[in-house]
Design a protein around this ligand. Structure first.
Ligand code: SF4
Length: 442
């Protein structure tokens, strides 16, 4: 049978999709990309923002028509499945199964039931179940980068966020299991690993196992792994010990994603973020002291309930002072079951979008300045693939996670190449291969 998975959302969802692909390939099925030719279509959903949810329901409308014509089996997984629980069967009466993120290990069972003609909406009560976390998606030889989930869920309850409700409370994987998985990936040729979790900084916080900085140290000692990244971090859990890892662990890349969400202490309190702007700034200074050239990206929400012009000015100040390498910014949208959805002072949509456009314009100029400042520098690039825009160019990333395109050859794929940056653009860099000098700047 042929299956197709449509994925929405974050890296955790991307990785859950990799796991589901692995489970279905192990059943002898074939993966294809065309929903019209598939026998089974699974939609892995995201409900973190209203837009992703709207896109999902519109896709389901199209899939319903395909099912009518061809009898395609339709499954829904991910955060919307968990949020809606049994209600999804009423909203989408034509689907064959649904599974929350904690139940993806039961995908094979769900598919078997659907093939047998039984509709199955799984029990959504076991949201803390660890089994989904233990699926190892495997990898094909020649793959150079891999995600590894080290923990799932979140205990923070930021007032705008659905994650603790749809992904459950924090659960960490045993360090020995993670290290074994990475050693196996290294043997297959993986050179870069990205550790995933909603809040990786609190990995093993309440358990008698390696804390996060120690886990990083152990991975740093694995032969053949050349680059380590992690996502996502929470500013309040970014310890001094973790900051010290930048610059002292040779394989830990000089880049961090550290969401600040708002530039006003009043709004941060309403968001239940657990830090002040002063504390956030302090952590950024320490990171830059420890690792001068570290690239810093962040997330930010504008138009949160009660956000005044003064609060928004605080966000602009922060962005102009810190000069992030990149910023993922969004207009607030209320999410079901969250405290923020009940707060007074909602901001009219047009004002929120105006503020967002203003912020994005400022950030775009800053990102471009960062990228132009790279011109003339020589930097190490891990070459990932051929560029989509040119048949002669390959594409890869610097240790600071910036995309570089340059004229190359198939022999470069999967290798580390020293490249001179000749042009910085808004979203990428253009390079040329010069005499290799190696090394990095921390
Ligand atoms: S830290 Fe806050 S924003 Fe991040 S997943 Fe947890 S509750 Fe959501």
């Amino acid at each position: 049978m042929k299956f197709c998975i449509e994925n929405f959302g974050c890296q955790m969802n991307d990785h859950d999709t990799e796991k589901m692909v692995h489970l279905l390939l192990s059943k002898g099925m074939e993966r294809i990309q065309d929903v019209n030719r598939a026998d089974i279509v699974i939609v892995n959903t995201c409900c973190i923002r209203e837009k992703a949810e709207q896109k999902f329901y519109s896709l389901m409308g199209r899939l319903r028509k395909i099912k009518r014509k061809k009898g395609t089996i339709l499954g829904v997984t991910g955060c919307i499945a968990q949020q809606e629980k049994d209600g999804i069967g009423e909203k989408l009466p034509f689907i064959d199964f649904s599974l929350g993120p904690s139940s993806i290990h039961r995908l094979g069972e769900a598919v078997d039931c659907a093939i047998a003609g039984e509709r199955h909406l799984f029990d959504f009560s076991n949201n803390g179940c660890i089994d989904s976390l233990l699926i190892k998606p495997g990898t094909r030889r020649g793959k150079i980068k891999a995600y590894i989930t080290i923990m799932k869920g979140c205990n923070n309850f930021c007032s705008y966020c659905v994650v603790p409700y749809v992904r459950g409370r924090e659960v960490s994987r045993n360090s020995s299991d993670i290290l074994q998985e990475i050693e196996n990936l290294a043997l297959l040729g993986v050179k870069e690993v990205t550790l995933l979790g909603q809040n990786v900084n609190s990995y093993n916080k309440a358990r008698d196992d390696l804390p996060f900085p120690d886990l990083l140290r152990c991975i740093n000692d694995i032969d053949s792994i050349e680059r380590i990244r992690f996502i996502t971090s929470h500013p309040k859990d970014m310890s001094l010990e973790l900051i010290e890892c930048f610059g002292s662990l040779s394989k830990l890349c000089e880049s961090i994603h550290l969401p600040f969400q708002a530039g006003s202490d009043r709004i941060l309190k309403l968001m239940n973020r657990g830090y002040t702007i002063e504390e956030y700034r302090k952590k950024i200074s320490l990171l830059r002291e420890r690792c001068r050239d570290i690239a810093i990206t962040a997330d930010c929400i504008v138009g949160f309930p009660g956000e005044s012009e003064e609060d928004f000015a605080g966000t602009l100040n922060l962005v102009e002072d810190i000069r992030f390498d990149g910023l993922f910014s969004f207009a607030y949208s209320p999410r079901k079951n969250t405290v923020a959805a009940t707060l007074p002072g909602s901001i009219p949509r047009e004002i929120a979008l105006e503020r967002l456009a203003h912020l994005q314009k400022i950030q775009k100029a800053i990102t471009l300045e960062h990228n132009r400042a790279m011109e003339g520098k020589i930097t190490e690039v891990l070459v990932e693939d051929w560029s989509k825009n040119s048949k002669e160019e390959v594409t890869g990333r610097t240790r600071t996670n910036k995309i570089v395109n340059f004229k190359g050859s198939s022999g470069m794929l999967g290798g580390f190449i020293d490249v001179e940056i000749v042009k910085g653009y808004a979203n990428s860099l253009k390079g040329e291969v010069r005499k290799p000098i190696g090394g990095h700047t921390c």
